[in-house]
Design a protein around this ligand. Structure first.
Ligand code: M6R
Length: 608
């Protein structure tokens, strides 16, 4: 949801800014721009389109010198995709880039207009720039502090004041910003991915602070100008983890990263046949007295919550609800100190999930988050955090983040069952062995890539598709359907298999792909009955199951069969998920779309 980069130092800034934007492009790719401080002037180069277009424009521009600058890649919110609306934005006194949404921009615009300050763009960002400009009388701290009091919404800003050449001022509310410093200079960006070519040590800009970047130092201040020591973090992966590594797309690479990501997430947390959260500093008392669980998240992460609901209810026999985070705080949810609220998020910065967490904290619930990005806002603000170890996920469509989130839910479920005294030690050891075995089916599915590709070819021209399954199969099917829809633009929906005939089956006509997932033994025959119903109406059935034709007696009921390794009824879903990811990937490639950058989407949704 917009990517920001800034550099000031002893080397040329243009390449650093553009390379940074290229690595942040997953956050938005409507337009991009940079601003370079040059002598007594700030030069702006911006364009609609991708960072590659900006790079071409910069290459074609004379005099792109300057050792201090800021850059931005935009996911449009206010105002269309035009060059005027692209960042950086400039006012008489300053140049600024912004990530977030200024909610009260309309009233601010009216007020600024009375002072003769009118924007040239349609963006909320330019209003913020004009506001800071109007508050600036030579003291950047005062201007930013006052603006912070007036602005409502989410923001991460990098500001260069004309009369302070070589210095970048930054502050944030909700939108993430990270900073590092090396002998070459000071760097700031929306994500550590943009910084790791220079350093693996960084800090997250805390909210209600101002950071000042100069070529020789980075200084963190409280709003009332007290210097504070930043809390340094270290990235434990390197630049190669954030590169395609020979794959055509990041999504493809990330699908193949899954065996490793899953191992890294699970194995360090299993000791002597038990779930061991001691390294995560998650105490058993978190799970004591819990009589209800609420999982809240968005999109893919919410789907891993659906998996969580199914397994916690089955095993622990306590009620679990899964709430879409954007609804959560507006529904006056019921919770108390016996409620465990689980927030699931890859980025740790999703605005709605963060707001849901804050509400849960306010209402006295116990909170634990399952997060991939270290030090992110949600990780910092929850009582406990269980980090997934997927490494950086760059493709907008989540793949490995989802499988490790499911792993997180399984680990939490087994720990809860242990603390609640539901399982004996032997039973826990047995569950864990089955869990690990279930994840070990993933490589066998990766080997089916070419075969699944041939199925994708057959459905590539479809307008719509439906994913059906029961129980856990349905939870995983929701994710399979989202994958196909978001990248291939096939109008795809997931349904509980038995629900289809209550309305949706009217959309099933000759050749419509139905992806039927049937791995749950106790409802296998029921799902197959639903498959018969759609087959009878001419659907193109792609059956994903672990039951052989001989065992299942389903000859003639499918057009294509993806026979995955045997799935455990409780831990099933890893194999079918990977099959569905591969199907979505190849369908999209055949349709000729950019797999990693689907239209209108951004990886990290830091606005409401
Ligand atoms: O960073 P988060 O996990 O909080 O993001 C939530 C959703 O935006 C995200 O899961 C989204 O649905 C996926 N990237 C889609 O593949």
């Amino acid at each position: 949801m917009c990517g920001i980069i800034g550099f000031t130092g002893i080397t040329e800034a243009a390449d650093i800014l553009i390379n940074g934007l290229a690595s942040l492009e997953y956050r938005g790719y409507d337009s991009a721009g940079i601003a370079l401080v040059q002598d007594n002037n700030t030069k702006i180069i911006k364009t609609t389109g991708k960072v590659a277009d900006l790079r071409d424009k910069v290459t074609a521009t004379d005099n792109t010198y300057g050792t201090c600058g800021i850059g931005h890649t935009r996911w449009a919110t206010h105002g269309g995709v035009t060059e005027t609306n692209a960042h950086p934005h400039q006012t008489p006194k300053l140049t600024l880039v912004h990530n977030g949404i200024i909610e009260n921009y309309k009233e601010l615009a009216d007020d600024l207009a009375t002072k003769g300050l009118t924007p040239v763009s349609e963006t909320d960002t330019e209003i913020a720039a004009l506001l800071i400009d109007s508050l600036y009388n030579g003291d950047p701290f005062e201007a930013l502090r006052e603006a912070d009091k007036i602005l409502e919404g989410a923001y991460g800003f990098c500001v260069m004041f004309n009369d302070r050449p070589g210095v970048i001022y930054s502050m944030r509310n909700a939108s993430p910003l990270v900073v590092t410093h090396t002998a070459d200079g000071s760097y700031i960006g929306s994500d550590v991915i943009a910084l790791i070519p220079y350093s693996k040590d960084y800090f997250v800009v805390p909210e209600e602070h101002i950071v000042v970047l100069e070529k020789g130092a980075v200084t963190l201040y409280t709003m009332d100008e007290q210097v504070v020591e930043p809390k340094m973090l270290h990235v434990d992966w390197d630049t190669t983890a954030a590169q395609k590594g020979g794959y055509d797309f990041f999504m493809q690479k990330e699908i193949y990263d899954q065996p490793e990501a899953v191992k890294n997430t699970i194995l360090p947390r299993i000791h002597n046949g038990k779930v061991d959260f001691s390294a995560d500093k998650i105490n058993d008392e978190l799970f004591e007295g819990v009589n209800r669980v609420i999982v809240t998240a968005c999109g893919t992460a919410m789907h891993s919550g659906l998996v969580g609901r199914s397994i916690i209810e089955q095993l622990c026999r306590i009620p679990v609800t899964v709430e879409i985070a954007s609804e959560f705080r507006y529904m006056n949810p019921i919770m108390d100190e016996h409620t465990l609220v689980v927030i699931i998020t890859q980025s740790g910065e999703t605005a709605d999930s963060l707001a849901a967490l804050r509400l849960a904290n306010e209402r006295g619930a116990k909170t634990i988050s399952i997060v991939n990005v270290k030090g992110s806002s949600i990780a910092r603000e929850s009582d406990y955090v269980l980090y997934t170890h997927a490494g950086p996920e760059i493709a907008v469509a989540s793949t490995k983040a989802f499988t490790v989130q499911c792993c997180g839910m399984y680990l939490i479920t087994l720990k809860l069952a242990e603390v609640m005294g539901i399982l004996t030690d032997e039973e826990i050891a047995d569950y864990l062995a089955r869990f690990v075995a279930a994840t070990e089916t993933i490589p066998a599915v990766l080997e089916m890539d070419e075969y699944i590709q041939s199925i994708a070819y057959k459905i590539k021209d479809t307008f719509s598709a439906f994913y059906i399954g029961r129980g856990l199969d349905h939870a995983f099917g929701c994710e399979g359907s989202l994958k196909l829809k978001e990248i291939s633009y096939v109008n795809s929906e997931a349904y509980n298999a038995g629900e289809l005939k209550h309305g949706t089956i009217s959309l099933v006509t000759e050749g419509v792909p139905i992806i039927a997932i049937a791995t749950q033994d106790h409802v296998f025959s029921k799902t197959m009955a639903n498959v018969e119903e759609v087959k009878a109406r001419g659907a193109h059935v792609i059956l994903i199951t672990d039951v052989t034709e001989e065992e299942g007696g389903y000859a003639g009921l499918y057009d294509d069969l993806i026979l995955v390794p045997k799935c455990d009824d409780f831990f099933g879903g890893f194999a079918t998920t990977v099959a569905m990811q591969i199907l979505a990937y190849h369908t999209t490639v055949y349709r000729g779309y950019n797999v990693d950058q689907p239209r209108n989407l951004a990886k990290s949704v830091t606005v409401e």
